[in-house]
Ligand binder design. Sequence first.
Ligand code: AMP
Length: 292
Amino acid sequence: MISPAMSRLLPKFSIIRSIEEMREFRAGCHNTGLAFVPTMGSLHEGHLSLVKLAKRHSARVMVSIFVNPLQFGPSEDFATYPREVEQDLERLAPLGVDAVFLPEARTLFPKGKTSETSVKVQGLSQELCGVSRPQFFEGVTTILSIFFNIINPNLVVLGEKDLQQLRCVEQMVKELYYPIKILSAPILRCDDGLALSSRNQYLTQEERELAPFLFQILQKTAKAVRSGERDFVQLSETAIKALTGQGFRPDYFEIRDRESLLAPKEKDADVAILVAAWLGRTRLIDNIQVEL
Ligand code: AMP
């Protein structure tokens, strides 16, 4: 997996594969605490910005790379999800992380592909992305619950790119009383506005050229909301029509309360505008938060 030449280039952090090693590493951080950045690898600048944020808040930082089977549905892209561990380790090397956790699925799930115990945030996990991906958030909160128990971080950094995931994890941490602070990092974008994502590499050249339209329609809707438009149903319908007209297949386009991600209760509550749309065989998600 990691060539000897590569290993020589990577003296800067520990690579941890077993739960025992992980617990030992954590015990060595008892004076400093530990910040944790969970990822599925194929790292881009968005992921690296989380690591940099973690470094600003913690003397010790650990990154995990694990393509989590629990969060993929049977017809989704688990098998083809990009895996490039060597390059990921190279990308992390200059950032001063202390350890990278690289567990194998069989280490975490010795009985098979999944665990029989799960953690589910009722309600929110079935909204928005949860409609077309009913297993997704339960898969995320279950794996993070497992990681939190193994790693015992006091700080976890997550990206606002996956806003619904962030809110589910915040709720899990609060309701299960994990002694963990969650820090969120803003969405990093390409120059043309497309949010960085490991899945962008699935896009054909033509689709890649079209993809920034997703952010443009979010911006246009945010501008309308900022200038006083409050017919959120109408705004969403207009956005869906515009996306469809450009060749997207939207799963949803919704304006929700920024904190609960449910329908806004007050007229001028801060909102998040969230979208998920297919472009060819790639499902893109994005969002904008609007303070009113
Ligand atoms: P993933 O590897 O896709 O599971 O993402 C790992 C973490 O990186 C999650 O907390 C994501 O929200 C975050 N992330 C992914 N893309 C971006 C981005 N473009 N900007 C900021 N954070 C991101």
